[in-house]
Design a binder for this molecule. Sequence first.
Ligand SMILES: [Zn+2]
Length: 251
Amino acid sequence: MIKNLKNIACIALVALAISSCSKTKDAPAAQEPAAKKDKVFNYITSLGFPSSSIVDLGTEYMVEGDISFPKDMEVPTTDGSPKLEQYYTGTLVSPANAAAIRVFADATMTSMNAEIASAVAQWNGVAGSALRFRIVTSAPYDIRITDVNLGNGVCGSGTFPSGGLAGNLIRINKAYIAPNSFAQRARTICHELGHNISFRHTNWAAIGESSAINVPGVPGTDAASLMNGGQCGSGATVLSAKDKAAVAALY
Ligand SMILES: [Zn+2]
């Protein structure tokens, strides 16, 4: 209302041929996120995540509610990475590291050791894949799982690999998922582990991303995929045939 009055006043003044009505005066400070853009931000957009899906949390960017990009992460160079078409980031855990990815649940997560063991067993049980998670009870480790209050609607968050290493952090919204079934709680762990070894959301297109890289030989959507996003507490609880084919293709 005030704005309208202001506009009317402005038009009136223009009518009086007074040229002091500055258009820029009403325009809010430029909304462009350009000033915020850094190489991590640019990397995220290069993966096909729209700028609007990227939330700046200070020391990290959070995308689609459950994928964390630490601002100090090592940004992969695009040179030489294959543009292939289930979906991943194009940046993998190195074969040597993927053969034994050490998973550590800190003290906040020991109450979910059974769910973690179940999730690890799913990935480790994929025929034709050399990828193995190994649960460790002390440092050193590659992935730390910790309990963090992520608010309503978010089960957990994962981190993509960089520098040949698995993403180093998984946050689980333990209190929020506590009412879920055991299978759904284990799914959350399994899903975030998938991000930490490079899997993106299989349903990326449906949830607004512009592009993702197809796992070679495993293209397209998959309603049964455990890596579908936005299905906190309701999604698939076992790796689908295509999920398995995808991990076998990559690792
Ligand atoms: Zn996810």
